[in-house]
Design a protein around this ligand. Structure first.
Ligand SMILES: Cc1cc2nc3c(=O)[nH]c(=O)nc-3n(C[C@H](O)[C@H](O)[C@H](O)COP(=O)(O)OP(=O)(O)OC[C@H]3O[C@@H](n4cnc5c(N)ncnc54)[C@H](O)[C@@H]3O)c2cc1C
Length: 374
């Protein structure tokens, strides 16, 4: 069965990553070692030190790392969004500067689009870039941006003014971590995760012309080239976490005996676990479809599939984690078994990078042609 869906080389990559992840635990080490083995940059072009694969391979790597209990959130951002956008639209100099370093793990790039007053409505973002001679001056605020402290730079989504219409259009800038006027404040999240979230203030941050990624007039297209991989990778993150939780629960249900048989013999315990497994498998199929379409260059088809994959994976992950915690009874809430902390982590996949409701809106309007309510 799997052979038809997943070619042998992908199955081999899956096995290799799973074996690797079992023997490494500290997240920083996992990142460095995985990068050395070519896993982090597997989607980046070979000419710039990457593996020459696509989002299919990258999502598979993240899923397997997550399944082993090592969900590397920054993989969604650094190689998938930033790496993709730079590889597709960056200048030769930007590609040379960033891609080999993102691939070998020596540098990391964060991604900032969310704003406090825009939220899900990214058309409302107000971070604005003004020209000042050859330079740009960037001003605005961002919120919930992950990993800014460990990233060498952040790819910031801003707007420039259209010279003809005066309308603001999206554009992307590479902002170095220590740029004057660029400040960050950690947000106190109720999340057990290595990657921290930040509120960012950009106060007339002066950037050279070369900080702009891609064409000033094709910002939206370029942005979506990065947002579709982000959704596919969030699906991989969620499926990995769901599989991880489910495996812990199954292991426990096979052993734990409080009557005459292990608790897993009771259908009230077994069936929800079986359901969680089915839903994770279904979500993975949709993720594979989305990745396949994206890698084949079908940005429009990939957009719809990536949204659906992210939705399905987020829901499957939340349910799998919830059921896993419940299966362990009291132990589900102990630190020792490590499942309770996944309750909040799993919710991230339902909220970010685009919420469940915004995906349902997208499918209602774009796929089903129903009228828009907002
Ligand atoms: C752990 C974590 C990491 C993150 N990392 C990053 C990052 O690295 N970079 C980055 O830029 N952002 C990041 N984000 C931000 C994330 O993308 C946003 O939280 C998300 O886009 C939702 O925006 P919001 O929080 O402002 O919610 P809001 O937009 O305020 O939405 C609140 C609620 O209202 C619902 N809602 C809103 N509009 C509608 C509508 N029209 N119809 C129906 N329901 C609606 C939403 O579904 C949601 O349930 C991260 C968030 C988290 C939690």
């Amino acid at each position: 069965m799997t052979t038809l869906i997943e070619p042998e080389e992908h199955q081999a990559l899956r096995k290799a990553v799973a074996a690797f992840a079992k023997s490494h635990h500290d997240p920083a080490t996992v990142w460095q070692e995985a990068a050395k083995l070519g896993y982090i940059g597997v989607n980046l072009p070979e000419a710039y030190g990457g593996g020459g694969g696509g989002i299919t391979e990258l999502s598979l790597v993240l899923e397997e790392l997550g399944t082993a209990g090592n969900p590397l959130l920054m993989m969604i951002v650094s190689p998938a969004i930033c790496g993709t956008v730079i590889a597709r639209f960056g200048t030769e100099a930007q590609k040379r500067e960033w891609l080999p370093a993102l691939a070998d793990g020596s540098r990391l790039m964060a991604f900032g689009i969310t704003e406090p007053d825009a939220g899900s409505n990214s058309h409302r973002i107000t971070t604005t870039a003004r020209r000042d001679g050859a330079d740009w001056l960037l001003t605005g605020r961002k919120v919930f941006v992950s990993g800014v402290d460990i990233a060498d730079a952040t790819l910031i989504v801003g707007r420039t003014e259209d010279a003809r219409t005066g309308r603001l259009k999206p554009c992307l800038f590479i902002v170095p971590r220590d740029a004057p006027g660029f400040t960050r404040h950690r947000i106190d999240m109720e999340l057990h995760s290595e990657e921290k979230q930040f509120e960012l203030v950009l106060d007339d941050v002066r950037l050279p012309a070369e900080a702009l990624v891609g064409d000033e007039d094709a910002g939206l297209l370029q942005l979506f080239a990065g947002l579709n991989p982000e959704r596919i990778m969030t699906a991989a993150f969620a499926i990995g976490m769901g599989r991880h939780a489910l495996a812990r629960a199954v292991e426990y249900a096979r052993e734990r005996t409080v009557w005459k048989v292990p608790i897993g013999a009771h259908q009230a315990v077994a069936h929800p676990l079986a359901q969680a497994h089915i839903e994770l498998e279904l979500a993975r199929l949709m993720m594979q479809k989305a990745a396949h379409l994206y890698d084949a260059g079908d940005d429009v088809g990939a957009g719809e599939a990536a949204n659906m994959a992210k939705y399905a994976a987020g829901e499957a992950c939340v349910k799998a984690v919830d059921q896993a915690v419940h299966t362990l009874g009291g132990n589900g809430l102990t630190r020792e078994f490590g499942l309770a902390r996944l309750i909040t982590a799993a919710r991230v996949a339902r909220i970010a990078p685009v919420s469940r409701e915004m995906i349902l809106n997208y499918v209602s309007h774009q796929t089903l042609g129903l009228p828009k309510s907002y």
